[in-house]
Design a protein. Structure first.
Lengths: 171, 277
């Protein structure tokens, strides 16, 4: 148990640094704003309740905010998906339920399940993020364009990170 | 009472979510309206240390470009030195000149972290209060105005760039001194806007827009950009003007922090005026 949380803390620091120092610098044009840190919230254990998830999300968001000078924007979006995560998990639950010895990763849960999971979470996250950032109804098309472009990029990065940082759990 | 407890239990997650969200969004929207940073940012020591380490690696990729632009600027400045003028009359230049008192000092700094694709874009620079940088000082590059300092730690500072909502920097048309506030709509990071230009003003494409220097943040006449297009909106008596920004915020590297020795004097004088009204 203890060991598991040490591992989560290390991954947390690593993810914040990678987001802050590397991914934040991918600025191809104003539409691409890839974000990889939601993977931290996504990979928390299945049975974790919403309050703790939101706690982790808040700390994660504030740390990423500190690196990107966004003063709360990332924290707000991270909280949003932290709150939604248990609900989303309930809707895409496999027939036999979740095996709590596994992680919600692509290796453990299969490609189809993971793609559904990652798409809903990242779409919710990005839509919230860009809506709050721009906050104008007349620029709705811009919000959607930014959401979709960054969405594709972020999902690509997250799947890549999956293979780099998470090993399949032993059965 | 039991009903209330049941209700609270049922909506516990949502209530916690709502409270945290209000707190976080409060910080975020405050950061837009006040010229002061409210949350931890890249000027704090831990984050600043990491950002500087990253900068130490990545700066090598743009060194030759940065050198070229500095060499060019050096050449331009050298042209202004007393030695490069032919003396028509002896003793024109004095070291201790009583006619001119130094008003502005420039502190050179390097941009170590930046963004140009958000709604509010900030730079982190590698000079802080130990080098004399303070909140509210202007930041310019050799091309033109960049922004102003919103937070400074001992070694780093955060610059709010022109690419921000509510930037509201006072600018004027160089040829006839008509002045307005600069805005940024957030759509294109090379173009800023001026709204509400009346039609009687002689403004054309290609005209230079410069700083007005009324608040003492920037020296007067620093280039902001050139007029790109004039847009008339149906049913409105005024024009909106798109401005091609002079600074390329994507590649800004060497910048200068503007320290105004007379700013306090001006603020004090204008403050007195406000009080009397």
């Amino acid at each position: 148990m203890n060991n598991k949380w040490v591992k989560y803390s290390l991954i947390f620091i690593l993810i914040v640094l990678i987001q802050g120092l590397v991914v934040n610098n991918i600025q191809i044009n104003e539409y691409f704003n890839p974000m990889v840190y939601p993977i931290m919230i996504m990979m928390l254990p299945f049975e974790l309740n919403a309050v703790i998830t939101m706690g982790v999300a808040l700390i994660l968001g504030v740390s990423v905010d500190a690196f990107s000078n966004t003063f709360g924007l990332h924290a707000s979006s991270a909280l949003f998906i932290g709150y939604l995560r248990p609900t989303i998990m309930k809707y895409i639950r496999p027939k036999e339920g979740y095996d709590t010895s596994l992680l919600p990763s692509i290796q453990d849960m299969g490609t189809t399940w993971f793609l559904a999971y990652v798409s809903v979470i990242i779409f919710a996250h990005h839509l919230w993020f860009f809506s709050i950032e721009i906050l104008r109804f007349d620029l709705f098309v811009l919000i959607l364009a930014k959401t979709f472009m960054s969405f594709i990029f972020s999902i690509g990065l997250i799947i890549l990170f999956q293979y780099i940082f998470y090993k399949p759990s032993k059965k | 009472m039991r009903r209330l407890l049941q209700f609270l239990k049922k909506f516990r997650d949502f209530i916690i979510f709502l409270l945290l969200q209000v707190f976080v969004l409060g910080l975020f929207f405050n950061s837009k309206n006040y010229h002061k940073a409210t949350l931890m940012n890249t000027s704090s020591s831990v984050v600043g240390w990491f950002v500087e380490k990253k900068h130490n690696i990545s700066k090598h990729f743009s060194l030759s470009e940065a050198n070229d632009s500095l060499a060019k600027e050096n050449a331009e400045l050298r042209e202004l030195l007393p030695e490069s003028f032919y003396k028509l009359q002896d003793k024109v230049y004095y070291v201790n000149d009583t006619l001119y008192e130094q008003q502005y000092q420039y502190i050179p700094a390097a941009v170590i972290n930046s963004s140009d694709n958000k709604r509010d874009n900030y730079f982190t620079i590698n000079k802080g209060t130990k080098s004399g940088v303070g909140e509210g000082m202007g930041v310019i590059s050799k091309d033109g105005i960049v922004g102003f300092i919103v937070d400074a730690s001992s070694h780093y500072s955060i610059v709010k760039t022109l690419l921000s909502e509510n930037i509201n920097i006072s600018v004027k048309l160089k040829k006839n001194n008509e002045h307005w506030l600069l805005k940024w709509s957030g759509e294109d990071n090379r173009i800023a806007q001026i709204n509400g230009v009346t039609r009687d003003i002689d403004i054309q494409e290609g005209d230079e827009i410069v700083s007005r220097g009324n608040k003492g943040i920037f020296p007067e006449g620093q280039l902001v950009g050139t007029v790109k297009e004039l847009i008339s909106i149906d049913g409105k008596p005024t024009l909106n003007v798109n401005i091609d920004l002079a600074v390329n915020f994507n590649s800004a590297y060497h910048v200068y922090v503007v320290k105004n020795f007379l700013k306090d004097e001006q603020a004090e004088l204008e403050g007195d005026l406000m009080d009397n009204e």
